[in-house]
Design a binder for this molecule. Sequence first.
Ligand SMILES: [Zn+2]
Length: 237
Amino acid sequence: MKYRLLLTILCTILLSFSGISQISYSVDALTGKGDLIFVGDENKLQSEVHKAFLEMQKAALKEGVLIEIVSAYRSFDRQTKIWNRKYEAYTLEGIPPEKAIEKIIEYSTLPGTSRHHWGTDIDIIDSSKNQPKNVLSTSHYEKDGVFSDLKNWMDNNAERFGFYLVYTNKKNRKGFKYEPWHYSYKKISKPMLTQFLKVEFYKFINSKNLNGFTFITPKFIKKYTKENILDINSQLK
Ligand SMILES: [Zn+2]
């Protein structure tokens, strides 16, 4: 008995040193249906993530880069609205449902499966610059783009503050397209991803509230999980 207790204590100490969160999250927390505590008004984040972000923002500002969050936590309902709006727009253009879904999942997730549900992920711009029309466009973050200073700064410093690019420009990566604006706070999002993978999210998705739900088959989900959820920066898995 004593030996067991000692082993438990030792494991706890080792885990805390590894910097990996041991918190167990509910299905609601993992799928954007609440049950998480956030800070911030417009752009909500878990408090530890928020704190790390402020430190990173302060350091960047010293070098003239003003990091601003344009999207942080997003609820299941909000993600459903985004999905349905895109589905309607594409199908009204005459795009067949399956093709419309393929187009949606270039950049947007199925509700319940967004990393933005976790309060660990952010989309960022540099608000010290004149803002272009569609801020979240890849070209703005490339060389000579309006956010190239931000991207350079993040390339050199983000990981030091715990933030990692999720959808990289690695050749042959599948799933969501390259998103140079989307970063994740690894210490919390990595264990959340592990726990999320155990959720039977097919049950959430197979709902009449979701446009095109009849096309979200188990086969589709399998491919979506492999490519969109798991083909990300390997440091986050
Ligand atoms: Zn994002």
